[in-house]
Design a protein around this ligand. Sequence first.
Ligand SMILES: [Zn+2]
Length: 227
Amino acid sequence: MEIREHRKAEQLVLKAMAENSVGPQIECLCNNPPFGLIRQVRRSLNWINKRDLKGIAKIILVEEMPDYARSNDDSASTRGFYRYKTKDSPAIIILSIRELYRGIPWFLWWSPVPTLRIGWTLAHEVGHHLIFREEAFMTEISLDKEVRADKYAEIVLQRMTRRWYYRVGQWCINDLADWYFAFGLAAAQKKRYQVAAKRFYTAWHLNPNIENVADYYLSAKRKSISQ
Ligand SMILES: [Zn+2]
């Protein structure tokens, strides 16, 4: 009787372990990844509900997003991409490390800054996965897919920033964005539009909520082309 109980407990542990290992595999294809990258991705993954990750086989880390994964060269979609399951291949998420680490100085690579950046994009792509699975996690069915994926990412970010550690990280990101924006303005004033465009782009990626930041970027880019 006792042995049977013991076996049952053992089986339960094995089952729990198997369930835990169901999470997506992380595959890094970057030549020279920032130190601590895999750890940062794992940390970000921990903030996403395991149930929501079900069905995602791999998270592939690349330097730059392949062309087929870009919907628009200038949009924030260059950071992450979700490819749904097909007959021949399982669902995957691709993350562009260059874009996710854009504007983050190396001394912040071990900080919550990359975790938050990766966490948001990862959650956005998981949002697409959920939409694809048609598991209604929100009631606003009429909302655009991107808006719904953003909403899912916002929920994950809110959960993260309830901890002071990540709150400080978020302040850091907003501060960095403000700096890049200010440097962008300074460059634009000197008519160095190419530099200005680059800085506005970085500011936009770090904090898309800066007022009219996308317009500043597009305007500087236009001017740099006609220069
Ligand atoms: Zn999206």
